[in-house]
Ligand binder design. Sequence first.
Ligand SMILES: Cc1cc2nc3c(=O)[nH]c(=O)nc-3n(C[C@H](O)[C@H](O)[C@H](O)COP(=O)(O)O)c2cc1C
Length: 210
Amino acid sequence: MSTTTSYMGLTLKNPIIVGASTYTNSAAKIKKLEQHGAAAVVLKSLYEEQILADSGKLVEQDDMYFWYPEAIEVVNGFSKEDGVNEYLELIQDAKSAVDIPVIASINCRTPKEWPAFAQKIESAGADGLELNIYISPADVEDGRTLEDTYLAIVKEVRANTKLPIAVKIGYYFSDVARFVTQLSSTGIEGLVLFNRYYRKNFWPVRRRFR
Ligand SMILES: Cc1cc2nc3c(=O)[nH]c(=O)nc-3n(C[C@H](O)[C@H](O)[C@H](O)COP(=O)(O)O)c2cc1C
């Protein structure tokens, strides 16, 4: 039986894609995933904070409530060049280690910085780009502004790369059907539902109300 399928225009030998996580942060781990049958991987995200650099100051100033603990760890002590170059090397290493598609992932919060960076990812050999977008609703005035920022990010990246793009979103939207219809009209090739954000104290509270 053939389990071949397609995703973002990429041909996959089966529909199993390992999502962005600590399983996909090194070429050696990705090789193992391929050996165990994964048909594609999404690399651990590069955080926009890494790209925006002067990271020590950024971490001090920013509200880190919604950051992944890994992001805080990674961003502390990295200069712009370090973070970005290391990520480009991860793409290259993964591509030479495996035959399955390797999809890069960027955690983004603003439509800045994208033109040059999307092109670098493309040149490093990634087969696709997943945009892991998260903007805290507390940081913007209203829902429409929040959605408009997501759309601006996607349009900016779309304009700057020919790579197939998937957009990964969380579940904090009041009208998901309308919003994803808008996202799909930007010319992206995929939509990933849903991210699960790290929030301090969130899980115990949620459990109590279940
Ligand atoms: C330890 C860990 C690290 C993760 N790192 C990333 C990441 O770098 N980028 C991303 O888009 N998602 C990341 N995720 C989210 C997963 O890719 C996935 O979207 C999320 O866990 C929801 O799927 P689940 O409900 O099956 O866990 C991470 C998740 C975990 C548990």
